[in-house]
Design a protein around this ligand. Structure first.
Ligand SMILES: Cc1cc2nc3c(=O)[nH]c(=O)nc-3n(C[C@H](O)[C@H](O)[C@H](O)COP(=O)(O)OP(=O)(O)OC[C@H]3O[C@@H](n4cnc5c(N)ncnc54)[C@H](O)[C@@H]3O)c2cc1C
Length: 415
């Protein structure tokens, strides 16, 4: 515990002071657990009760200066320098709830900041940070996922307006979102240079020119949606960067998408399933499970196969930690490579971890999280089903491997 109350060695004086402030504030203001099962990420939010709890927490954290710390004050930020990472570390340590506005904070904010006009930043960023307005990402379509540049949703210029028609799919949190970041086609003749990027007010147009339909996931949750535009008219001021430069703007969003989880889900790291909780001293959830479940007539923790699997996971978790540590070494850090590696390693790790837990549980792993006899309240089979979303969302892991191979390792291009 002693180490946790000291500033990190590499902290600047501003970071040291901010860390002390954040820690003191969190020790007083970390909200009590909700009266319902907590969610692991803002994209799992489905009920109004959940929205009120997680948006309420986000607003409190924003009012305390723990969100948007490094953005300029005029756009709703704190005008600090490299303090967001300090806030994130302290929130992870304090085990705070996740933030509702995962897409806003992790993807829309940096994209608007780098590519939007000052008016747009002033209009959108403060309520994005506070969670008063949630955002969704309208990229994927029925015919455009991995091949994102194939989007067909069309924005037609009409004076100082754009008229949007089309169909987006897999749109997480569209059911709660006030705004969408939208990649749309403005020129049918040019695949990449025919794309433009907009921010689109969707909530105010529901039931008029925007329809949002929930889609049920393999976990039984309805966290994402399809969104249909039928002659939605928006102002030209809602365009980011020039018309035809949408692909470049989308690359800013995707670069941040791969590391968005660090900001918005500080406690979702699967590695914690293997380590003793530093604050409570409780043993690792996976090892606790292996001690209480029996396999071949003995506690699973004594089973050679299970021990071997747990050790392999421990080694993988060290690899993930080392990859993250590289970010702190500027000479070694290639931001694109590290974010891609992190996404690949951590999503496949989560999947493997849940699969081992189910092996430990044996036949009991077939009990759903609604069955009172399910070990660990059904956490592991649920995590296993959820883990496939992680390996697909934000660009599938196959695509991440292609990018790493081609752009970082210089391997031959896939045909
Ligand atoms: C939980 C979740 C949340 C999501 N949230 C959003 C959201 O908020 N907004 C949004 O816009 N989208 C969202 N998505 C959509 C996501 O971005 C797409 O599912 C993803 O990009 C893959 O596209 P696709 O589903 O069309 O699959 P496809 O592109 O059709 O791919 C099908 C399979 O083929 C493989 N494949 C395709 N091309 C290649 C290739 N060149 N080399 C090797 N393998 C290849 C893929 O890896 C995959 O296994 C979400 C998805 C999930 C699972």
């Amino acid at each position: 515990m002693a180490g946790q109350t000291q500033a990190k060695k590499r902290d600047t004086p501003e970071q040291t002071e901010f860390r002390e402030y954040a820690r003191a504030w969190l020790s007083e203001n970390n909200p009590p657990l909700p009266g319902f099962k907590p969610i692991k990420s803002g994209v799992e939010m489905v009920t109004d009760e959940q929205r009120d709890y997680y948006c309420g927490w986000q607003k409190a954290a924003y009012d305390a200066g723990l969100i948007g710390c490094d953005y300029p004050v005029e756009f709703g930020g704190g005008s600090r320098t490299k303090c967001q990472s300090v806030a994130n570390q302290e929130m992870a340590l304090a085990k705070t709830p996740v933030f509702a506005g995962i897409i806003g904070l992790g993807m829309a904010a940096p994209t608007i900041y780098f590519h939007g006009s000052d008016e747009l930043k002033k209009l959108t960023l403060p309520k994005l940070f506070s969670g008063e307005e949630l955002w969704c990402q309208g990229f994927s379509e029925p015919g455009a996922g991995s091949d994102l540049a194939s989007v067909q949703t069309f924005a037609r210029r009409d004076g100082d307006k754009w008229i949007i028609n089309g169909h987006k799919v897999w749109t997480s949190t569209a059911n709660f979102a006030t705004w969408m970041i939208l990649l749309a086609r403005t020129d049918k003749a040019d695949k990449y240079n025919g794309l433009s990027y907009f921010v689109v007010p969707i909530k105010s147009q529901l039931g008029k020119s925007v329809t949002v339909r929930p889609l049920v996931k393999i976990t039984g949750e309805a966290g994402f949606n399809e969104v249909i535009f039928d002659n939605l008219a928006i102002d030209d001021g809602f365009r980011l960067d020039e018309a035809g430069k949408g692909w470049q703007v989308a690359m800013t969003t995707l670069a941040h998408e791969r590391s968005a989880g660090e900001m918005t889900t500080p406690n979702a790291g699967g590695q914690r399933a293997l380590t003793r909780d530093k604050v409570s001293g409780n043993q690792s959830p996976l090892i606790a499970l292996a001690k209480k479940c029996s396999r071949n007539g003995i506690p699973a923790i004594y089973d050679a196969h299970i021990r071997d699997q747990i050790m392999k996971m421990l080694i993988r978790s060290v690899g993930i930690k080392q990859n993250r540590r590289l970010k702190g070494v500027p000479a070694l850090a290639n931001p694109q490579r590290l974010a891609l590696q992190d996404k690949l390693l951590s999503t496949e790790y989560m999947q493997a971890m849940a699969a081992i837990a189910m092996e430990i549980e044996g036949i009991s792993s077939t009990l759903s999280h609604e069955d009172e006899k399910a070990p660990d309240a059904g956490r592991w089979p649920f995590a296993y089903l959820s883990s496939f979303g992680g390996t697909i969302a934000g660009g599938t892991n196959e695509i991440q491997k292609n990018i790493l191979g081609e752009r970082i390792l210089g391997l031959a291009k896939t045909k």
